[in-house]
Design a protein around this ligand. Sequence first.
Ligand code: HEC
Length: 148
Amino acid sequence: MGQGKGNIGLAMLLCLAPAAWAGGPSGCDSIAAVAPFTQFNYPLTIQSVWNNNCDGCHVGGSAGGLSLSAPASELNLINVPSLQNPAFTRVVPGDPVGSLLFLKINCDDPGLGGRMPMGSTLSTTQQRLIFDWIANGAPLVSNGFEDR
Ligand code: HEC
C-alpha cells in the first residue's frame, strides 16, 4: 500500500465531486510529498507506465473497454466517457480529481470498479506524474524546468 493514506485528493473532491461519485472515492494516497512534475512527454514517460503496468490487461480494448497500448493511447483517454458508466470521464484536461483515470490509480475505492493496476498500486511518484499531466491540460509533449 502507498504511504500516507487520507489526503489532498479527497479534500479536493469534497468540493469538486459530481453526484456520480456518491459511494466513493475513498482510501486515496496522498501525493503531496512528491515534487510536482512540469515536464511531460506522453509517448515516452506516461506510455511507459502503461506498458509496464497496464498493457497485460488493457490491450485491444479488452479490460473495461479501454486500450492503453501505444501508439495514441491518449485518444482513448482524453475527454472519453467511461464505457462502464458514461457519467464518468476517463481524463478531463485540467481536472485530475474529476478524471476516472486518476481516481483509479490513486484510490482503493475509486467510486467505479476497482483500483488500478488491478492487484497492485503505482508509486506515489507515478501517481503524481499522472495527476500533474492531467492538471496541466493533458499535453502530448510539454517542456518544463525539471529533469527527471
Ligand atoms: C489484471 C488486469 C488489469 C490491469 C493490470 C490493469 N487493469 Fe484497468 N481494468 C481492468 C478491468 C477488469 C477493468 C474493468 C473493471 C473496473 O473498472 O474495475 C479495468 C478498468 C479500468 C479503467 C476504467 C475504464 C472505463 O472506461 O470504465 C481504467 C481507467 C483503467 N482500468 C486504468 C488502468 C491503468 C491506468 C492500469 C495500469 C496502471 C490498469 N488499468 C491496469 C483490469 C486491469
